[in-house]
Design a protein around this ligand. Structure first.
Ligand code: 4NP
Length: 162
């Protein structure tokens, strides 16, 4: 039983391709582990507000036993800086945008690059599959699942240490 609730937000551009996969993976993980964490995702851009995840993101998640069909895209808001303990940007362009938005009110370490928690992928961005073929989503899923696993381990141990 964990006393602390982690609140984790995943952010990409549209909130229809990459961050919904991370969101779905982590929601499923915390449910399986009976953790009381709050998981959400958002996009820095407004293009796809209210839309379900991209059909290929839904398909690749379904292939791995995850149902993300109920997620709906929303735009990142400044209030998310108050609502979430840690905010993961799926790519460096998104990270830079979040740092600019947060300005001096950002807490140290609150905004991070998604692939930074795994030493093997530090500094890397998750490729945006939006611009590529359907098969691109399979490779992106693997990258996201590995990154999300590293994030899960990071906060599970932090949780236990408190
Ligand atoms: P995402 O992918 O940021 O992973 O959701 C994109 C989805 C849509 C667009 C760009 C990226 N777009 O330009 O509409």
């Amino acid at each position: 039983m964990y006393l602390h609730t982690m609140r984790i937000l995943f952010v990409c551009l549209g909130n229809i391709c990459r961050s919904p996969i991370a969101d779905g993976w982590m929601r499923h993980k915390v449910a399986t582990e009976s953790l009381n964490w709050i998981i959400d995702s958002a996009g820095t851009e407004s293009y796809h507000i209210g839309e379900a995840p991209h059909p290929q993101s839904q398909r690749v998640c379904r292939d791995h036993g995850l149902d993300i069909s109920g997620l709906r895209a929303r735009q990142f808001q400044r209030s998310d800086f108050e609502q979430f303990d840690v905010i993961y940007a799926m790519s460096s362009d998104v990270l830079n945008e979040l740092i600019e938005l947060g300005g001096s009110s950002l807490k140290k370490g609150q905004v991070r690059l998604f692939l930074d928690e795994d030493p093997q992928t530090q500094g890397q961005s998750v490729t945006d599959p939006w611009y590529g073929p359907p098969e691109g989503y399979d490779a992106v899923f693997e990258v996201i699942a590995q990154g999300a696993q590293a994030i899960f381990q990071t906060w599970l141990f932090a949780d236990k240490a408190r």
